[in-house]
Design a protein around this ligand. Structure first.
Ligand SMILES: NC(=O)c1ccc[n+]([C@@H]2O[C@H](COP(=O)([O-])OP(=O)(O)OC[C@H]3O[C@@H](n4cnc5c(N)ncnc54)[C@H](OP(=O)(O)O)[C@@H]3O)[C@@H](O)[C@H]2O)c1
Length: 259
């Protein structure tokens, strides 16, 4: 039975990923800051699927957190077969609309913690010649995203990092997958104005449960990347053929309209 560590399992896509892995007979290590939410999810998954769930409360914006998390897992005598780097956060607006501290916190969680956890958990996987890493990136990894500049750049890092690792690990028994959802209805993109969420013109937002199921399938199939949903795939595909100045112009136009 595989043991899967999911960061950001207290809500949104991470919670749904935990549900899909549990349904597919995996044991879970659930990680986030909101311990009460993780405990409640753990009890539900235990009673529904008989899954063994370990809850670890961790603030991944603390640079020491990934190593502490790795040590806690080792001390509990657990081996992580599948690492899901899902925890992430977003700040909307021009760079100066949010304090520097917020951007640095975002980079710590979305970039540094993911790289550190991949570094730490990959070694035992390579020794066992078996394992999987699923990094939750975004379609914002494929072009500049004004008004979400540090977020978009963090996801471009994660996509590039995942793709490079997927090549490095070829033939080792370990696979690395980047999952690239477009806008997905979770707390991350919810706005206060009448229950509306951030969105793109002509591209319907997806539900976290669909994104998670596709992420599970791509991870288990060892795909190096999966873009969620036909419309998001189309948008990324069209973007590939756009000359850079056109892509910059369109990114600016969409950002001006507001998400
Ligand atoms: N929603 C979208 O439109 C969308 C699109 C593309 C990609 N994504 C990516 O999908 C992933 C999940 O996002 P989501 O939409 O499900 O967001 P969400 O509902 O806001 O959930 C974010 C998760 O990350 C955890 N988290 C945030 N800061 C943390 C910290 N400092 N330490 C530990 N855990 C932390 C949160 O848990 P606690 O608050 O309990 O710590 C929560 O479980 C993110 O990487 C996001 O970038 C989302």
């Amino acid at each position: 039975m595989n043991t899967v560590l999911v960061t950001g399992a207290s809500g949104g896509i991470g919670e749904q990923l935990a549900r899909v892995f549990a349904k597919n007979k995996c044991n879970l290590i659930l990680v986030a800051r909101s311990q009460a939410k993780l405990q409640s999810l753990a009890s539900e998954l235990k009673s529904q699927y008989g899954t063994s769930c370990t809850v670890i409360s961790s603030d991944l914006s603390d640079p020491a957190a990934p190593a502490a998390l790795f040590e806690q897992v080792q001390a509990a005598g657990l081996h992580v077969d599948i690492l899901v780097n899902n925890a992430g956060l977003l700040y909307e607006g021009p760079l100066h609309a949010n304090p520097l501290e917020s951007h640095l916190q975002l980079l710590q969680v979305n970039v540094n913690a993911c790289a550190a956890l991949a570094y730490l958990f990959l070694k035992p996987m390579l020794e066992k010649r078996s394992g999987k890493i699923l990094n939750v990136a975004s379609t914002s990894a494929f072009q500049p995203v004004p008004m979400l500049s540090t977020y978009g750049a963090s996801k471009a890092f994660l996509l590039s990092f995942s793709e490079a690792l997927s090549i490095e690990t070829q033939g080792t028994g370990v696979t690395v997958t980047a999952l690239c959802p477009g806008f997905t209805n979770t707390d991350m993109i919810a706005k206060d104005n009448g229950g509306k969420s951030m969105n793109l013109p002509f591209v319907p937002n997806m539900e976290a449960s669909e994104v998670a199921q596709e992420g599970y399938d791509a991870c288990m199939a060892g795909k190096f990347m999966h873009i969620n949903g036909r419309m998001n795939q189309l948008v990324v595909e069209v973007g590939r053929f756009q000359p850079r100045p056109l892509r910059r112009f369109l990114s600016g136009l969409i950002a001006k309209r507001g998400f």
